[in-house]
Write a protein that binds this ligand. Sequence first.
Ligand code: HEM
Length: 471
Amino acid sequence: MTVAATADTLAFEPPAPIPRNTPPSRLEVIRTLFRNPLELWGEPSYSEPVIQAKFFGQLTTIVNHPGLIRHVLVDNAANYGMQPVRQLVLRPILRDGLLTAEGDTWKRSRKAMAPVFTPRHARGFANQMLEQSMKFADGMQGSAKAGAEVNVSQEMTELTFAILAETLFSGEIVRTAGNFAEHVDKLLHTMGRIDPMDLLQAPSFVPRVTRWAGQRPLNHFRRIVAETMEQRRPRIADCTAPRDFLTLLLELEGPDGLTREEIEDNILTFIGAGHETTARSLAWTLYLLAEAPHFRAQVEAEVDRVVTSGADPVEWLELLPHTRAAFEEAMRLYPPAPNLGRAPLKDDVWTDENGRRYEMPEGEAVLVMPWVLHRHKLYWDKPRQFVPERFLPGNREKIGRFQYLPFGAGPRICIGATFALQEAVIALAVLLNRFRFETTINTKPWPVQRLTVQPLAGLPLRVSERQDRRS
Ligand code: HEM
């Protein structure tokens, strides 16, 4: 097992819950899961390779051992379904979208949509990503001139939504009055939470108080999606529609493809999964760099060189290793998807290198948790500190495939991983070339787990124009 080497001595420790030393009571578990599941995990979760314990009558296996992670997510993935509690939270929102579909529906949908997200195809989005990032930066210029404080968490949601809307939907997602990104935030905040009733495994007809408040924004979204589909259909019929993801999806409708409802579910899924995750990591990256001026200076030098060189943005991911390293380290410390929950479809057993057998019975919970895995003492040097150097070429190769899982692994690996990485590096390059982000007395981010790991009460940073940039 590898411990990633680091050369850095100036690392700082960004905010995160201190691992618990004593197990919480049943009531405390319910309260904490509702308030912030990240605060639940005890010291052993961050130091043991595998933990098995009963949790609300269910045997729960917390998997940190790279061999067992590989077994669950890759080698024996066919025997693992999505964890029922995750489905209870997400399915009312996303129904049969790719993230929540299972079995044959998932297989058909994944195969149909995969061509849009191959690395080669994703590279084709680079110019649109650059254009949208520059447009967004123009909009931020006023705040920067005034040296104003901005909530980068909210701002990044706007930016990644603009990129998603342009690249996958050719800017044709129907916009209604009001702030679209705010609606997304509200939906995810209210509906994307574990309800105490889920934990107690109450049947699905028992109402979940946490979901009521999300029903209105959800209906709002469903209306937007239906209108977007209706506007596009006639243009497909008369061959004037852009050849984008939306057209591809709508053309899949039919007995051998997807149903109308599945198409609607996927539009909603890609709007939901395709921008909020990247936005969170971008905001955390800006914050972490604001706290690490020594590394920020290296990133700035690098982006100044590349942005002004006229290099094709398709190449930026390779040309900006410091920028990418900062983003990857942000996803290590604050993985947008902190928990990959599974349940065996049939009894399973796995034996470690010392001959110890772990039984994982059908239907019980098996959790691979990037949140604890990425801060695990066995696999990381300075696990709680911001050390982006570990992701620079030369060090990056020493990080094991199954110790760093921001995008998951195996057949259910994030379909948008290349898209997200390219988007993030281009957006960061444009923003950090023009602006400097600094902490203020109001910058006190606290990570909470909703659908993603996000800063409680936002992430205010001061933005100013860079006086020292090379342009
Ligand atoms: C930093 C950004 C992102 C992160 C960290 C992330 C993370 C993840 C993870 C961990 C999974 C696997 C979940 C599991 O195994 O239970 C996943 C699945 C998925 N992601 Fe992402 N994601 C990101 C960006 C995107 C983008 C940009 C898109 C689309 C444009 C996207 C669409 C999806 C979809 C549709 C799935 C379900 C795939 C399947 O089950 O076949 N994600 N994502």
